[in-house]
Design a protein around this ligand. Sequence first.
Ligand code: GLN
Length: 400
Amino acid sequence: MVQGTSYELDDPRLAERVNLFPESVIREMTRINNRNDAVNLGQGFPDFRPPEAMVEAAHEALDRPHNQYATTWGTQALRAAICEKAASFNGIDADPHENVTVTCGATEAMMATMLSLVDPGDEVVLFDPYYENYGPDAVMSGAKLQTVPLDPKRAFRFDEEELKNAVADDTKALVLNTPNNPTGKVFTREEQRVIADLAMDHDVFVITDEVYEHLLYDGRDHVSIATLDGMHDRTITISAASKTYSCTGWRIAWTIAPPEATIAIRRVHDFLTVGAPHPLQVGVTTALGFDDRYYEDLLARYANARGRLVNLLDEAGFDPVNPEGAYYIMADFTGFDAPDEAKEDSRSFAEWLTKEAGLTGVPGGSFYHEPGMGEDLIRFHFAVTEEKLDAVEKTLAPYL
Ligand code: GLN
């Protein structure tokens, strides 16, 4: 059972697999937030407008003959633009025909990838905590989960021995997510080399989710594991327009994979969704051509929001971990002025904070596979406007 709030569905006619994972806690917190009219720093999506040029290109595409299916694995122009950016930004050598599949969000990219690589009974290794989708994706593929802890007390570093013990000959794939959701951890080149060596020793695929690849703070550089020696042909790199171009509702993402894996992913993708929205593929093709200035401005905006929210949380009595990347902050709430019952576990605290203090985050425990872990943590996101941060400040005023 993947951890999280859930109740047993009793209808015996339903498939057993739907009782193996809960509904999304992230989206459940949004519903609780809305019922309480609180400030939502739970579900992490940019609450500002996407770049005008991208929106205009999509608008124009709606007036042109782009309202029917695109090629199942993505328009030629989008795949070519993805390859150009993968070469210039990530250093990944990819061919639009052989390596790229455009999907409906990174969510579908991960599901289609797992279904393409993993047989029932195979082992999939995840770092714990992890973005909540990976658990259900693995379970729906029939995989057995093996987790390696990222220790909140040691800046979310992993222990090499623990990783070595987790990766074995029946391991099919390891999932890497850097910059990481929910911890904000950026895996260093050295850490990725350790992962790569193990993957090579045990003939394991690495599936890497790099959707926050443009959000690394304090001068850190993004490293794509596909570029490490020996990894090009055993890595599936997933990225998306969602976070980079502030358009999570467009559902445009992609995989870059070795040729045979690409054929497999395209087969699964074809029958899952046929294809991603055609006019929006046209919009994203334009966005992929933006110059460095766009990414610098985006990063500056996030860096500013990060600084403000970390300070606010700190002053309010939380103990936030300053994230190295992505747009989430994991904060220890044990020092926050709340009744003891509210601090019994992360779920109670997240509900109490929404109802009593008017601020919503996501319970830390919901990201951990290991029961009991993350129960003194809450995750907040900072993909928000200055005005929203003003609202957070007002909400937290009694605690500052
Ligand atoms: N990736 C975002 C988060 O972690 C949004 C999740 C979702 O609702 N798909 O909050």
